[in-house]
Design a binder for this molecule. Structure first.
Ligand SMILES: *[C@@H]1O[C@H](CO)[C@@H](O)[C@H](O)[C@H]1NC(C)=O
Ligand SMILES: *[C@@H]1O[C@H](CO)[C@@H](O)[C@H](O)[C@H]1NC(C)=O
Ligand SMILES: *[C@@H]1O[C@H](CO)[C@@H](O)[C@H](O)[C@H]1NC(C)=O
Ligand SMILES: *[C@@H]1O[C@H](CO)[C@@H](O)[C@H](O)[C@H]1NC(C)=O
Length: 354
């Protein structure tokens, strides 16, 4: 419903020439897509399915549960491909973001602005910071945060000193910090407790958000973003799913992978392959999946008041394994498939719950 209104407003803006589209080609693409978008939306609402890249997208497109629309299988708009079809009997729009937060945010916002979407399901693979989970397991966090917005404190200042621009409300010390000198080691590999480091401290910051039901240009702040209540409740029914545990007849994981509801996941524009940071971020924020997109999807959905949930399969230990185990390359396809299997099962639950 809301998406129809948003679409109508966009169409109006384009018709009136109000929309600042930077290139003429982009304008033509968007304008020529409008009648098709209108038709698609009249057949909605849809579940919006967001995948980070082709590695995770392909197993979904290949799933026997997915059938592409025969009349209009996809529409390319502003550099993104929106695919239409059904998973089980649920109408879906599937879109791939590309790597990292900016791409994930843009794509999610486009999906919600253009289409009649009733909920967003995000899925993919992730690094695992939680020692009680195993590669191949699928984590469903209740909260997501973007941990890449920092205030980097000047050398000489410490936790008792105000941060730059803290008094104007731009930055805060309430989420805590990473102390870089804590990670200094001597030649024997032992920690040096009284070390100094010019890189000093990095303070985590909440995101500035502008919710659709707020006053435009009046900022609010958000760090932990909760997934949708109904979706999170429904996901309990996924916990007894049987997931794949072998890549072939001889290479298997130590135990059969499982689905877990977990507390928290984090995202940032960082590929995490570092054991010290993994351990720190786990003890600081109690996180399980670590990825590069989910929190961007969460923050957009939060602002657009759109229900969402994320399924992330553990594909590596975010630097926590040994250098030789090379877990990411051996098990990442299996993890991608497991995330798709959980997504597909969840869609059938959404179908039968409505
Ligand atoms: C689908 O699966 C087939 C057989 O496993 C494979 O050859 C093909 O590349 C897959 N297609 C996609 C889009 O992943
Ligand atoms: C730095 O290390 C000390 C000693 O291990 C610890 O108590 C403190 O919490 C650490 N500080 C930060 C910000 O990580
Ligand atoms: C999970 O258990 C429920 C009963 O508690 C059952 O109805 C459902 O079919 C099971 N699902 C799977 C995938 O085993
Ligand atoms: C199974 O997969 C592993 C890891 O990719 C590989 O080293 C091994 O050769 C494969 N074995 C068979 C029988 O295909």
């Amino acid at each position: 419903m809301a998406a129809v209104v948003r679409w109508a407003m966009l169409l109006l803006a384009i018709a009136l020439g109000l929309l600042a589209i930077p290139s003429e080609q982009a304008f033509k693409d968007a304008a020529s897509a409008m009648p098709k978008i209108q038709k698609i939306n009249s057949q909605g609402p849809y579940l919006g399915i967001i995948s980070p890249n082709t590695f995770e997208l392909n197993p979904l497109l290949n799933s026997s549960s997915y059938s592409a629309s025969t009349s209009l299988p996809y529409l390319d708009i502003l550099g993104r491909r929106f695919r239409f079809g059904k998973v089980h009997s649920e109408k879906v729009i599937i879109v791939m973001t590309g790597l990292s937060m900016l791409n994930a945010g843009i794509t999610t916002q486009l999906l919600l602005a253009l289409f009649n979407v009733k909920g967003v399901l995000h899925y993919g693979i992730a690094g695992n910071a939680n020692p009680s989970l195993q590669i191949g397991d699928v984590a469903i966090p209740e909260y997501w945060a973007h941990t890449g917005l920092w205030n980097w404190q000047r050398y000489g200042d410490g936790p008792d000193d105000e941060l730059a621009l803290e008094d104007s409300g731009d930055y805060t010390r309430k989420l805590g910090y990473l102390k870089i000198s804590n990670y200094t080691v001597n030649e024997a590999g032992n920690g040096v407790s009284n070390a100094y480091n010019l890189l000093n401290n990095v303070w985590y910051q909440p995101e500035e958000i502008f919710p659709v039901d707020g006053t435009p240009e009046e900022r609010q702040h958000a760090f932990w973003v909760r997934v949708d209540d109904h979706y999170y409740g429904l996901s309990a029914k996924l916990l007894n799913m049987t997931l794949a545990g072998c890549v072939n007849s001889t290479t298997c994981l130590p135990r059969t992978p499982r689905v877990h509801k977990v507390g928290r996941g984090i995202s940032a524009n960082v590929y995490l392959d570092n054991k010290a940071y993994r351990t720190f971020i786990r003890s600081k924020f109690n996180v399980t999946p670590v990825d590069m997109e989910s929190a961007a999807v969460a923050l957009v959905c939060r602002q657009q008041k759109m229900p969402f949930i994320t399924f992330r399969a553990m594909s590596d230990l975010a630097g926590g394994g040994t250098a030789l185990s090379n877990e990411a390359s051996t098990f990442s396809s299996l993890a991608a498939q497991n995330s798709v299997d959980v997504l597909v099962e969840f869609i059938s639950l959404v179908g039968s719950s409505s």
